[in-house]
Design a protein around this ligand. Structure first.
Ligand code: ATP
Length: 249
């Protein structure tokens, strides 16, 4: 459904993505794992199209030159030059790193903002779904997002993305900075989204371990390049992956 071929991104002369080809099929969960600066956010920005906006802003400010090349298709259609807002409308929805909530707005307002592309009926249905997926949010709808814990904020961020009627959800480091217990709760919720809808999911994380059990396929990035890829089973059986990413030998 989403296919990137030979994606390259340069920030000026710095190569941030080096010939990356990744694909996500219908209703799959695809993991993208890599250390700090491996290129995870750059990849998510390129898939969601935000990179085009960043490039435009940088150009207007007379700043660094960003170069983006390669092919990108969504449901068989070339979307390489499609604006991020049109990609969102088509169903490619990013849940960005560090959540980026409207901190001075309530949980409900944040969720409703996510539903701006939805019809009233869709928004109502998605809101019900978000509340079932994250029951903890039911009692917090009036609280300001900025006063929630990191994990609760991440629930709101994923909820907001679901309100936008995604066909593919891009989750950029959703577990960052959260306790193991909260990580487990969120990962269970991500798995449920896959089981209960036909949404596809690409999830990036620095540490593979908590996410690995739910991925169908995964890529390992190093310095902007995909150095390994495979199904969960293939990667689990790979001794290099085990030692480098799970601390097991
Ligand atoms: P993190 O876990 O730190 O978010 P990441 O895997 O998401 O890392 P990216 O943020 O995609 O990595 O960064 C990839 C590389 O590109 C890094 O070396 C980073 O410093 C560089 N980079 C990212 N954004 C810019 C920018 N706007 N201008 C210049 N270099 C950038």
């Amino acid at each position: 459904m989403l296919e990137a071929t030979d994606l390259m991104v340069f920030y000026e002369n710095m190569l941030a993505l080096n010939n990356i080809s990744i694909s996500c099929r219908d209703n799959q969960i695809v993991g993208v794992f890599g250390a700090n600066s491996a290129g995870k956010s750059t990849l998510m920005y390129s898939l969601s199209g935000i990179m085009l906006d960043i490039r435009k802003k940088e150009k207007m400010a007379g700043g660094e030159r960003i170069t983006l090349t390669g092919q990108l298709t969504f449901q068989g259609k070339d979307i390489m030059d499609m604006k991020p807002s049109d990609r969102a409308r088509a169903g490619i929805v990013l849940c960005p790193e560090r959540r980026r909530l409207f901190k001075e707005s309530s949980v409900m307002e944040n969720l409703r903002i996510g539903g701006y592309l939805a019809t009233k009926a869709q928004a109502r249905e998605s809101l019900d779904y978000v509340m079932t997926l994250f029951p903890a949010l039911q009692k917090m709808t009036k609280r300001l997002a900025g006063f929630l814990s990191g994990g609760e904020q991440q629930m709101v961020a994923i909820g907001r993305a679901l309100m936008a009627q995604p066909k593919i959800l891009l989750l950029d480091e959703p577990l960052m900075g959260l306790s193991p217990l909260m990580q487990a709760t969120l990962i269970r919720a991500v798995k449920k989204i896959q089981e209960q809808s036909d949404i596809s999911i690409i999830v990036s994380e620095q540490y593979a371990r908590p996410v690995f059990p739910i991925v169908d396929y995964a890529y390992i990035l190093e310095n902007g390049a995909a150095v390994m890829e495979g199904t969960r089973e293939e990667l689990m059986d790979n001794p290099d992956v085990k030692s480098a990413y799970f601390g097991m030998s």
